[in-house]
Design a protein around this ligand. Structure first.
Ligand code: 5RP
Length: 225
């Protein structure tokens, strides 16, 4: 599938999600190229009369796009409860568990997602897998102990590599680093999530387990919900 075709699929999934957004809700808006289309559709729905109570988002990129469309964007700490969050994903398995963080926004994405009553992911068919695999697992780590955490991961056979941009370690929104773990397939996602949740120096990781309620998949032969 070429990029144009893939973008058409992302756009189609994003439209179905935008049509599900109801008046008066607090909406969480995720990050990524699929969500970018969702924000465009949201702008269109607002022009047709959609009124939201509040919007929160998971990255400065999405925030800017929303603000360019004249949406007011609040911080997560300024809302009681998010009603619905629409986000993309890097991989989704048969249980609707996923890998996220390809855009390095995983920490805010997970914070918004777990504080949302409902989570919908919008993906094209290339993201679907039976078992989580085929995408390096992003782990956000504190710079102060990043080398020690990397060595610990190495000793566990997790094959960590710092994510680099222009020859430098990528810094997240919070000034942390990303270690991408090369493990595919992930044999026991719950076990790995538990290990990462209990590793000092790990800020957050991209295993999103039991979080997603619904996936909208755009396939070449139609939409699957
Ligand atoms: C960012 C994410 C994105 O949701 C994920 O990378 C999917 O992005 P795209 O829609 O561009 O494929 O987790 O941290």
């Amino acid at each position: 599938m070429d990029k144009t075709e893939q973008d058409e699929l992302k756009k189609a999934a994003a439209k179905i999600a935008a049509d599900k957004v109801e008046n008066g809700i607090v909406l969480g808006v995720g990050t990524g190229s699929t969500v970018k289309f969702f924000i465009d559709w949201l702008g269109q729905r607002r022009n047709e009369g959609l009124k939201l109570k509040q919007i929160v988002t998971t990255s400065s990129r999405s925030k800017k796009q929303l603000e360019d469309l004249s949406f007011k964007v609040d911080e997560l700490c300024d809302v009681d409860q998010v009603d619905l969050t629409v986000d993309g994903a890097d991989r989704v398995d048969d249980n609707l568990d996923g890998i996220k963080g390809g855009g390095a926004a995983l920490t805010l994405e997970k914070n918004v997602a777990v504080n949302s009553k409902k989570n919908i992911w919008i993906v094209d068919e290339s993201k679907l897998v039976h078992h989580l695999s085929g995408f390096k697992l992003p782990v956000e780590v504190l710079p102060i102990s990043a080398m020690q955490v990397k060595r610990r991961f190495e000793s566990q056979g997790l094959n960590p590599e710092f994510r680099m941009v222009d020859g430098k370690r990528l810094k997240t929104h919070y000034g942390n680093y990303i270690l991408d773990l090369d493990i595919s397939p992930i044999p026991v996602p719950e076990g790995l999530a538990d290990y990462l949740d209990h590793t000092v120096g790990v800020v957050e990781h991209g295993l999103f387990l039991n979080i997603c309620d619904e996936v909208i998949v755009a396939k070449s032969d139609g939409i699957e919900e």
